[in-house]
Design a protein around this ligand. Structure first.
Ligand code: NI
Length: 167
């Protein structure tokens, strides 16, 4: 088990564009395990991207089932080189992020997405995600582009909310 330190905004490494993964070697296996451990040990977190632990490779781990209000989901996903292929509809969601512990914010996201990724054996998969899970996967794949939810918040004046402590 290796819980890693999560980079906090405005750490410039959060702005890095992550590189593709074409081989699952010991380094990549370690990054995946560290992401799982860091997400699990944080308690409430439903997702994390490799960028957030200072490893600029295209890997995200997400688990929408940790949100009890999310009924329809794929459980824990390890996604290598995730790529959103289709966006449908729109919803507004109040997002938070381990890298932005002091704020939550309202963001517009697609209600439904089609996303392609490779699993830990580099096998290609395509799934459809809806609602909370769709928002979560859009948020996590954004991290790989160096984008945070605060970059997408509807209005920095009215849709960004300070909170005391990340939960
Ligand atoms: Ni985040």
């Amino acid at each position: 088990m290796a819980e890693r330190e999560v980079l906090i905004y405005p750490d410039p490494r959060l702005k890095e564009i992550a590189r593709d993964v074409d081989l699952v070697d010991d380094y990549i296996k370690q990054v995946i395990q560290d992401l799982i451990d860091t997400m699990e040990m944080s308690g409430h977190s439903t997702g994390i991207a490799a960028t957030q632990i200072g490893e600029p490779v295209r890997i995200v781990v997400a688990d929408a089932s940790k949100n009890k209000k999310c009924e329809d989901n794929h459980g824990r996903l390890v996604m290598i080189n995730p790529e959103i292929l289709k966006w449908e509809g729109m919803l507004q969601f109040r997002e938070g992020c381990m890298s932005v512990p002091d704020f939550t914010g309202n963001v517009n996201r697609a209600r439904k997405i089609l996303i392609r990724y490779q699993d830990e054996n580099l096998e290609s998969k395509v799934i459809e995600a809806e609602g909370f899970e769709a928002v979560l996967l859009q948020h996590e794949t954004d991290h790989l582009e160096g984008t945070l939810f605060i970059d997408r918040v509807i209005s920095k004046r009215t849709d960004l909310f300070r909170r005391k402590k990340y939960k």
